[in-house]
Design a protein around this ligand. Structure first.
Ligand code: SF4
Ligand code: SF4
Ligand code: SF4
Length: 257
């Protein structure tokens, strides 16, 4: 099949449809397939549905073995005035074992502030004391088709909000604005998600497992953008991305809920 460079960009921006099976994700389509449908909603093929655990959580299997669902971390987070932690309710498609365990519910409104108080109070060791730089809650991915920086503007809101700042953000400055890229020092706190001015955010935090699965196509999309001639980028930005960005402002869906 012949795929044009433009198709490749569209495909590479996206990464593959996902379906949630319990806490895991199974990729249903690859980037090339995504190009045939095109982006209809922001990050349509990166489903936020995995459970982002509070900072310091053991790897998922060990975490589930140790967490007793006491809710102490949630209460600590409330006292710290972040209210980032909620417990998994019966309506989520998760294994029974994950029911009533803590997760970061909605990073668009309530990201983790990395105060690192909850691990200190976890009674079972399901959350371990950790330096905030070593937290591995997830990985933040920028949707290049929506981010203002990648579409001819200068924004920088995400990088200013990030507690790890310069260590995490790389910039590619050029005639196309100030273009951010989030590297793997990201700890997945979600502060950038909250502070992105685009309606609902142009950033999504995915679980470590999900990131491993989509990393290759995501990175190749980034490289594709960097190598693209200005004229081609111009056409994509103004014929495709701008209408989508405008539409984004009107979307009310809350994917993290
Ligand atoms: S580190 Fe602080 S802000 Fe983050 S989940 Fe724990 S208590 Fe809440
Ligand atoms: S404080 Fe620890 S054991 Fe209690 S719900 Fe939170 S992670 Fe689980
Ligand atoms: S890039 Fe976003 S999710 Fe990652 S550490 Fe910075 S603010 Fe947190």
């Amino acid at each position: 099949m012949n795929i044009s460079r433009r198709d490749l960009l569209k495909a590479a921006i996206l990464t593959g449809a996902t379906v949630i099976i319990g806490d895991e994700f199974t990729l249903l389509t690859n980037a090339a397939q995504a190009s045939s449908t095109g982006p209809e909603v922001p990050l349509p093929h990166i489903t936020a549905g995995g459970l982002i655990r509070p900072p310091g959580a053991l790897p998922e299997k060990g975490f589930l073995a140790k967490c007793i669902g006491c809710g102490v971390c949630m209460n600590v987070c409330h006292v710290m005035k972040y209210d980032a932690v909620a417990t998994v309710g019966a309506r989520r498609a998760v294994p029974l074992q994950a029911y009533n365990t803590p997760y970061i519910k909605d990073m668009r409104d309530f990201p983790c502030g990395l105060c690192m108080e909850c691990p200190k109070h976890c009674p079972t060791g399901a959350l371990q004391k950790t330096e905030k730089e070593n937290v591995t809650m997830g990985m933040a991915l920028i949707d290049f088709s929506l981010c203002f920086g990648w579409n001819g503007d200068v924004c920088l809101s995400c990088s200013k909000a990030c507690p790890l700042g310069a260590k995490v953000f790389d910039f590619y400055n050029g005639e196309w604005g100030n273009q951010p890229y989030i590297n793997e020092y990201c700890v997945g706190c979600g502060l950038c998600v909250k502070h992105c001015p685009l309606g609902g955010s142009a950033i999504k935090v995915v679980t470590e497992n999900q990131y491993v699965r989509i990393k290759d196509s995501y990175v190749s999309s980034f490289k594709g953008l960097l190598s693209m001639p200005s004229e081609e980028r111009y056409n994509i930005v103004y014929s495709q991305n701008m209408p989508m960005i405008m539409e984004r402002g009107r979307l009310i869906e809350r994917e993290y809920r």
